[in-house]
Design a protein. Structure first.
Length: 295
């Protein structure tokens, strides 16, 4: 695969603006959504109209909605039934707005995705997903200044209270889960298909966790071949300056770290890691070559 432009200006509009009218308003309650512009650009880059796009951890269905608007078909899996239902409702909303692709969503644990979706084995052109992690930086807040009440009120910061959700696991179990999901997704890809995942480094108790680096190793162990790493901007590009779109929590964590002497910055991008499924060896060609070998 030829490497493509490595920085995408995907943060020109705020997340809320990108979703207005295109997604049902209750979608904003999900704590860790992918930017629609990132999903749309990945789908446009790696697939053709009529092809199948899968998201194994689809949340409220951003990948699926952008896929059907671009004339692709989409299938999603989501552990939490509530988010899965909202993804279905967002897909119906997209169809009402004229999207031409079809989408389906199944509530389930994506660690068994190839077993749960046997009809889709070897069918997908693209698997696009964003995994759960670093829940400390999610959610909505209202400070005393806005609410008039003492302290900071925080809400919508959890995917659920189910401890089995991968969002609530420590790093080893999380990575083991990613390995199972990526290996299953590899089975769903057609030869030459692509897996793309957005991830960011995050801090856990002040320590930097290189999640993109971990995901790269896990994907390679799952049989995928690393192809590209693209920077998807979350900040906007203004007249000669970056337009900050960091959340309250990112700024709060950065300030807290700096007060302790750590040189922390608020992240203004997501890493998009791109992997391919290796093509199967052509057995006929290798047999012919061996027969012609004089030794
Ligand atoms: C970062 S969010 C994905 C959001 C999605 N890209 C969107 O824009 O709506 C990760 C999702 O993975 C789900 N999840 C966690 N463990 C899972 C599992 N084992 N199988 C499937 N989904 C899971 C979470 O409930 C959460 O909704």
């Amino acid at each position: 695969m030829t490497p493509i432009t490595s920085v995408w200006a995907t943060g020109q509009q705020q997340s809320r603006t990108q979703r207005r009218g295109r997604y049902l308003p209750e979608s904003m309650k999900h704590p860790g959504k992918m930017l629609p512009s990132i999903a749309a650009q990945v789908i446009d880059t790696y697939t053709q109209p009529g092809e199948l796009v899968i998201d194994p951890m689809c949340g409220i269905g951003t990948t699926l909605v952008e896929a059907v608007h671009l004339g692709r078909h989409a299938a999603g899996m989501e552990y939490e039934e509530g988010w899965a239902k909202l993804a279905v409702a967002n897909l119906a909303h997209a169809r009402r707005q004229g999207a031409t692709g079809f989408g389906t969503v199944i509530a389930g644990d994506a660690r068994g995705i190839a077993r749960l979706l046997p009809d889709l084995v070897s069918r997908a052109a693209l698997v696009l997903t964003s995994p759960p992690y670093g829940s400390a930086t999610h959610g909505h807040i209202r400070a005393t200044r806005d609410s008039g009440e003492p302290g900071i009120r925080k809400w919508n910061q959890r995917y659920s209270r189910d401890r089995a959700n991968l969002a609530h696991q420590g790093l080893p179990v999380l990575l083991d889960g990613f390995a199972q999901i990526l290996s299953g997704c590899g089975e769903l890809l057609r030869p030459g298909g692509v897996v793309a995942m957005t991830v960011r480094p995050y801090r856990h108790r002040g320590e930097l966790v290189d999640l993109p680096g971990h995901v790269q190793k896990v994907a390679q162990r799952a049989g995928l071949v690393f192809a590209d790493r693209i920077v998807c901007l979350l900040c906007g590009l203004g007249h000669g300056k970056l337009l900050n779109r960091a959340s309250f929590f990112q700024l709060y964590e950065a300030r807290k770290g700096r007060a302790r002497g750590l040189p922390i910055h608020a992240t203004a991008h997501e890493d998009l890691l791109v992997f391919t499924k290796p093509q199967p060896l052509n057995k006929t060609a290798s047999t012919v070559q061996r027969a012609a070998d004089p030794t």
